[in-house]
Design a protein around this ligand. Structure first.
Ligand code: NAD
Length: 315
């Protein structure tokens, strides 16, 4: 739901929100909460991130404890599971009131999400995992999709906050299922993008015009989001990062991170995921060859053997 709609105004009272992790994603998300009228107390290890958050209406906290004191809700947007476990164990459980709702929006491994949620419950808190789909533009624009793991009560309490940062908020199930949904979705995305890249490269080698192949396949059974919304070929389909030399978009390093989380979860769950494993290997090779910051659809350049690493990342 877009920011500032009647429903948002009705459902979410003005609250004190402790926001920890104001990076590329958290910065925009916290700014949208401040814009909606919440008192957002921001803490990050980076002074630059804090200065940007302050410029967008948040209050800078000098320590996690200062951000957490008297908070109605705590939102974290951190790089990985170890950061989340550390922040909750060292700071949140020590300084946030028991009445505060805890919402972790980071993308992390399912096992850590479940462990930290269990520790939160044992300490008397309600906690949900609420990872997001959508990149920096969606975080800035308040159009993220949230997939939420936790109790019905936790979901209902989190929903008004999440609606002010996103366009869709979906309850996935019990604690950890938000993370499970996120990594299953992104495993599918990684595999379909790799397959789409391969199909275009083969089509070209077989003498097909790529626009013609798109016109056929986008209306046939090979169609997927990777083809029709995010086509890896410049000049074909809607405008995508391919048309901007694969700048911006969803960095290959983040795709690789999510594939590694999916493979770790598959090992723990005993699930056979050969396509996900293959996608992980391909994106690992692409990142090793200097593609980390490029949009993940640039994988097609490695598959058609025309990839040249940007100068700054050449080894
Ligand atoms: P980022 O690195 O830009 O931001 C993370 C922030 O956390 C940094 O500002 C860092 O200083 C801060 N931080 C780290 N440890 C901290 C600690 N102990 N205390 C306080 N602050 C700490 O990362 P990002 O791109 O904003 O991504 C955040 C999360 O969102 C990740 O889990 C990522 O996988 C996920 N995600 C990112 C995108 C994207 O397009 N960037 C999209 C979907 C999901």
């Amino acid at each position: 739901m877009p920011l500032g709609t009647e429903r948002n105004r009705r459902e979410s009272r003005v609250a004190r929100v402790a926001f920890i992790g104001l990076g590329n994603m958290g910065g925009g998300m916290a700014a949208n909460l401040a814009k909606a009228g919440h008192e957002v107390r921001a803490f990050d290890l980076s002074a630059d991130a804090l200065a940007r958050a302050e410029a967008k209406g948040c209050t800078r906290a000098a320590s996690p404890a200062e951000a957490l004191a008297d908070a109605d809700a705590v939102i974290t947007m951190l790089p990985a599971g170890r950061h989340v476990a550390e922040v909750y164990r060292a700071s949140v459980f020590a300084a946030a009131p028991k009445s505060a709702l805890l919402i972790d929006c980071s993308t992390i491994d399912v096992a850590t999400a479940r462990t930290v949620a269990g520790e939160a419950g044992a300490a008397g808190y309600t906690m949900v995992d609420a990872p997001v789909s959508g990149g920096i533009a969606a975080a800035d624009g308040g159009t993220l999709t949230f997939m939420v793991g936790g109790s019905d009560e936790g979901f209902e309490r989190a929903r008004p906050f999440l609606e002010q940062m996103g366009k869709a908020v979906i309850h996935a199930g019990a604690a950890g299922t938000g993370q499970a949904a996120k990594i299953c979705n992104n495993m599918l995305l990684g595999a379909t993008m790799a397959a789409t890249c391969e199909a275009f490269v083969l089509a070209q080698k077989l003498g097909l015009d790529l626009q013609t192949f798109y016109d056929i396949s986008s209306k046939a059974s090979g169609q997927s989001w990777s083809m029709t919304t995010y086509c890896p070929v410049p000049g074909v389909g809607p405008e995508t990062p391919a048309d901007r030399n694969y700048e911006g978009g969803f960095a290959a390093a983040l795709m690789l991170k999510d594939l590694k989380l999916a493979m770790e979860a598959a090992r723990e769950a005993g699930a056979y995921t050969p396509m996900g494993g293959e996608a992980e290997e391909l994106f690992q090779r692409f990142v090793d060859r200097g593609g980390a910051t490029r949009d993940f659809s640039a994988l097609i350049k490695m598959i058609d053997d025309s990839w040249e690493a940007p100068d700054e990342t050449k080894t």
